[in-house]
Design a protein around this ligand. Structure first.
Ligand code: ZN
Ligand code: ZN
Length: 343
């Protein structure tokens, strides 16, 4: 089969089309004919060599969708022809975290598509069924591929981890990206007042259309004062999609008792926290990681009712993976880019 292989860590041009052996499914795995694979900033971080569990040569891509075309031994509940999309990571299904519904915390099986398991930048991929969700018939492949990491993640962040309540004010950084656009829509749908932060004036209209009540343009990433001016006390919840670069500003923008939900870290670096601020404002800092099968199902339901509009901005041939990476790094993308193999 053909696949885009990351031949060595570094520049986008290291993503090269290659002939590789056809994969075949083992125990508890299926073979998917990949129909679409989203390109996520996580892939950029992975390509640069900043994720410790990936070894090159590697096939990236954790946002894949396709049909099951072969079923390995021991697989129950999946058959040839089923429509599937990958969850970002696997989980064991048995440990105390999995039993409690917090699959993201499972330590028994932490494999991630595109890292330890070859991903979806390929004609075909093998997927352990623990890492798959079902795709309804009416959902198109590019939307199916990106639903988990954008809309599913938004469900995880806004509802499961953020516990956003009607009437609360929600600040969202990196709001014009794939997760951000979905989080803006979902928080609005769930009754929150939404303040979106973006670095670019060009993205204001699209964020307002998505449902943001206020859009703060902050090229220098100094937005906490503007948020306090808009809200008085500050935001009740900050959804931190950018990570270290905006973390301190998001903390300062919180109202007393506010919660900071951290879901993205574009630059993998540390931040300084003033414990005094956390103490006197009784702030909560929560992480949010990956999407459960149930949350992916919620995302598909939100599409069906029109509450969420999936936003695939462009579909590119698989061989353009390197270009997609270049554009993502240049912040030239609103929404999601998706690759499709040429079967
Ligand atoms: Zn992703
Ligand atoms: Zn587990």
């Amino acid at each position: 089969m053909e696949a885009v292989v990351l031949v060595s860590f570094g520049v986008p041009e290291n993503l090269q089309m290659r002939q590789v052996p056809d994969p075949s499914p083992g125990q508890d795995e299926v073979l998917l004919r990949v129909q679409a694979c989203g390109v996520c900033f996580h892939d950029v971080i992975n390509r640069r060599g900043d994720l410790p569990r990936t070894n090159v040569p590697a096939i990236l891509g954790h946002e894949a969708a396709g049909q099951v075309i072969e079923v390995g031994s021991g697989v129950e509940g999946w058959s040839v022809g089923d429509r599937a999309a990958t969850l970002q990571r696997l989980h064991c299904g048995d440990c105390r975290h999995c039993s409690g519904g917090r699959n993201s915390l499972c330590k028994e099986d932490t494999r991630f598509f595109g890292e330890e398991i070859p991903g979806g930048y390929a004609d075909y991929m093998v997927a352990p069924v623990a890492g798959l969700g079902r795709v309804p018939q009416e959902v198109e492949w590019p939307v199916a591929a990106t639903a988990c990491c954008t809309s599913g993640t938004a469900v995880h962040v806004v509802r499961t981890r953020g516990r956003v309540q009607r009437g609360e004010t929600v600040l969202i950084t990196g709001a014009s990206g794939g997760v951000g656009m979905q989080a803006v829509q979902l928080a609005r749908h769930d009754g929150a007042r939404v303040i979106a932060v973006t670095s670019s004036e060009r993205k204001v209209d699209v964020l307002r259309e998505a449902g943001a009540h206020e859009v703060v343009v902050s090229g220098d990433l100094d937005f906490s004062r503007q948020v306090r001016d808009l809200t008085g006390e500050g935001a009740d919840v900050a959804l931190e999609i950018v990570g270290s670069l905006t973390f301190e500003q998001s903390m300062r923008a919180l109202a007393p008792g506010g919660r900071l939900v951290v879901v993205g870290n574009l630059k993998t670096q540390s931040v300084a926290i003033n414990p005094g601020l956390v103490i006197v404002k009784e702030l909560e800092i929560r992480g949010a990681y990956a999407t459960t099968r149930e949350e992916l199902g919620q995302a598909f339901e939100l599409f069906a009712t029109g509450a969420l509009r999936p936003w695939v901005s462009e579909v590119l041939p698989l061989s353009d993976a390197w270009r997609a990476h270049q554009r993502l790094e240049a912040r030239d993308v609103t929404g999601r880019l998706v690759l499709t193999p040429d079967h």
